[in-house]
Unconditional design. Structure first.
Length: 504
C-alpha cells in the first residue's frame, strides 16, 4: 500500500476554497433514548458544526521537504538533469501542501437553527393610525432576540499547514518487462500555525459518544460489503502456464518493497491547551459572595499593584519581598477585606458586571481541569535500518478550579479561559541553561528506538524542576473532578442495561 503512494499514481492537485460548512445532526429522540433521565437532555447538544474559512491545496510547494534517499546516485543524476521539478517526468519530486485556515468545531441545538431559518411573520396594519416604522422595528427586535443561535466551540479559528512528499518510484523497462525502483521514501509534516485550544464539556463528550454509536451501523455495513466482494470474486484460469515458484517470489519481493519504504513524520505546535468543564442548571441568584470570589481568583495581584504605587519612595527590597509572596504558588490567594480599598481601583469583567444586568442565573459554567503543553514536538522515522520516535515537551501546566467556583454561562461566556483555573496542581520551573546556547532545557525528552522489533529501547530525560502543589483541599477537589467524569461515563452504560432488567 505504501509503495503505491508514489509520484506515478498521484495526480497534480490545485484547489482553493473560501468557506466550507458540514453539519452533523442527531435527532433529539435518539439522544433521549441513549441517556433517558440520567442527564439533563436539554444541555446535551444535538448537532455538530465543522467550519473551515479557507483551504488551499497545491502540488508546487514553496519550501519542499527533505527526502529520505534510497537510491542516492539515481536521485542526484535526476537532480543534475533537472528532472525533479518537471511535472510528469520519470523521476519527479512531487510534493503537496495544504493550508487550512479558520477551522472551527462547535456544537449547538438544532432547534435554534430551525427557528433562525423561519420566515418572519409579516405584520398587517389594521388602522391608519398605526406607525409602520414602529411596527417594523418592534418585530425586528423581537425576532433577533428570539432567534439567537448560540454555539459552544471546541476548537475555534485554528490554522494548520500540512505537507506531504510521496515516494519517488522510477519505472524502467527491460525487454518489455516493467520494473520499479524506489528512489526516495515518504515524508510528511504537520505544523500548527496557531495555538491549539481544546475546550470540551462533559455534555459534548456524551454527544460524541452518541454520534459514534449512530455511525456504527454504517461502518459495519461497509465492512460486510467488502467481505462479500472478497467471497464472490471468482478465481479463473488464464490458460497460460506459469511457475508457482516464480509467483511466490514475486509476492515476496512486493512485500519486501512495501516493508522497506521509509517514512518520516514531523508534528510541531506552539501551545496545546486542553480544558474540561460542564454546564448545569441553577436558579440561584448572583450574590455578593460570588462577586468577591471572582475578584479573588481573577484579579489576585491588584493589591500588589497598589502597594507598588504607594511604596515608590520606600525601600525597594521590601517591595520585592512582597511581590515574591504574591507569586508563591504554594499558598492560595486570600481575598481582600471589605473595608480595605486600593488606589488602583478595580476594572470589572463581564463575569462580575452581570450582577447589574440580571440576578437570575439559568445555566452555570463549572471549570474542571486544564492542562497546557508548551512546544510539543513529535518525530518518528521508520525504515529497514531504523525505527525511531522522538517526543519532547518544553513546559507543562496542570490546573483546576477551586471548590464552589462557577461562572454564569451567558451568551458571551460559553467556554472557560485559562484564568478560570486558578488552582495550580503541577507546573515546571526553568532548568539550568545550556552552557553554549544559553537556552533552558525541555521538560521531557522521550526517545523510542526499534519500535517495530521485540527489543524496544526507551530513553527518557526530565531536565526541568517540577513543582507539585498538594493540600487537602486540592486532593478533595481532584477526587471530585474524577467522580464527575465517572458519573458521565457510566450514565450511558446504566441506561443501556435498564431495558434488559425490565425485560427479565
Amino acid at each position: 500500500m505504501l509503495f503505491q503512494f508514489n509520484n506515478n499514481n498521484l495526480p497534480m492537485v490545485y484547489l482553493k476554497s473560501e468557506r466550507l460548512r458540514i453539519f452533523l445532526q442527531i435527532p433529539r429522540e435518539n439522544l433521549n433514548k441513549q441517556f433517558g433521565s440520567t442527564t439533563s437532555d436539554d444541555l446535551v447538544p444535538d448537532f455538530l458544526l465543522l467550519q473551515m474559512k479557507k483551504a488551499t491545496i497545491t502540488s508546487q510547494v514553496e519550501n519542499p521537504l527533505t527526502r529520505i534517499l534510497v537510491d542516492v546516485p539515481l536521485y542526484h543524476q535526476a537532480a543534475n538533469s533537472r528532472l525533479l521539478g518537471v511535472p510528469g517526468s520519470q523521476i519527479e519530486d512531487r510534493q503537496y501542501q495544504a493550508d487550512l485556515g479558520g477551522i472551527t468545531l462547535a456544537t449547538g441545538h438544532w432547534q435554534d437553527i430551525v427557528e433562525k431559518n423561519k420566515k418572519p411573520v409579516k405584520s398587517l396594519l389594521r388602522t391608519m393610525s398605526e406607525n409602520p416604522a414602529l411596527e417594523w422595528n418592534t418585530n425586528r427586535q423581537s425576532m433577533e432576540e428570539a432567534n439567537e443561535v448560540v454555539m459552544v466551540p471546541i476548537i475555534y479559528d485554528f490554522r494548520v499547514k500540512l505537507m506531504v512528499a510521496p515516494a519517488i518510484v522510477y519505472k524502467k523497462f527491460v525487454v518489455d518487462v516493467p520494473s520499479e525502483i524506489l528512489v526516495a521514501g515518504i515524508s510528511a509534516e504537520v505544523n500548527a500555525l496557531t495555538d491549539v485550544n481544546l475546550c470540551t464539556s462533559l455534555q459534548q463528550i456524551l454527544f460524541f459518544k452518541t454520534l459514534i454509536d449512530e455511525m456504527e451501523p454504517f461502518r459495519l455495513a461497509g465492512s460486510n460489503t467488502i467481505g462479500e466482494e472478497k467471497e464472490i470474486s471468482p478465481i479463473t484460469d488464464s490458460g497460460v502456464d506459469c511457475n508457482k515458484g516464480d509467483a511466490s517470489n514475486i509476492k515476496t519481493e512486493k512485500s519486501t518493497q512495501m516493508a522497506e519504504v521509509p517514512i518520516e513524520f514531523l508534528l510541531t505546535c506552539n501551545n496545546v491547551r486542553m480544558a474540561f468543564h460542564k454546564f448545569e442548571r441553577s436558579n440561584a441568584t448572583v450574590s455578593s459572595d460570588d462577586v468577591r470570589m471572582w475578584r479573588r481568583y481573577h484579579h489576585p495581584n491588584r493589591k500588589a499593584f497598589a502597594e507598588r504605587r504607594i511604596s515608590m519612595d520606600s525601600d525597594v527590597t521590601e517591595v520585592e519581598e512582597r511581590e515574591k509572596e504574591e507569586r508563591n504558588v504554594l499558598t492560595d490567594p486570600t481575598p481582600l477585606p471589605e473595608d480595605i480599598s486600593t488606589e488602583v481601583g478595580y476594572e470589572g469583567s463581564e463575569d462580575e458586571s452581570c450582577i447589574d444586568l440580571k440576578t437570575e442565573v439559568n445555566i452555570r459554567l463549572i471549570p474542571l481541569i486544564s492542562i497546557t503543553l508548551t512546544h510539543p514536538h513529535i518525530f518518528f522515522s521508520l525504515s529497514s535500518t531504523e525505527q525511531k520516535m522522538d517526543l519532547s515537551i518544553y513546559n507543562l501546566l496542570l490546573a483546576c478550579s477551586p471548590e464552589g467556583f462557577h461562572l454564569p454561562a451567558n451568551s458571551g461566556k460559553k467556554i472557560p479561559w485559562q484564568r478560570d483555573f486558578p488552582t495550580v496542581l503541577l507546573e515546571t520551573r526553568p532548568g539550568k541553561p545550556d552552557s553554549k546556547s544559553d537556552i533552558p532545557p525541555a521538560l521531557l525528552t522521550l526517545t523510542l528506538s526499534d519500535i517495530l522489533s521485540n527489543s524496544l529501547s526507551l530513553n527518557c530525560k526530565i531536565e526541568r524542576p517540577v513543582l507539585l502543589s498538594a493540600s487537602e483541599e486540592r486532593y478533595k477537589q481532584v477526587c471530585k473532578i474524577i467522580q464527575q467524569f465517572g458519573e458521565y461515563n457510566t450514565a450511558k452504560e446504566v441506561f443501556e442495561h435498564q431495558p434488559d432488567t425490565v425485560a427479565t
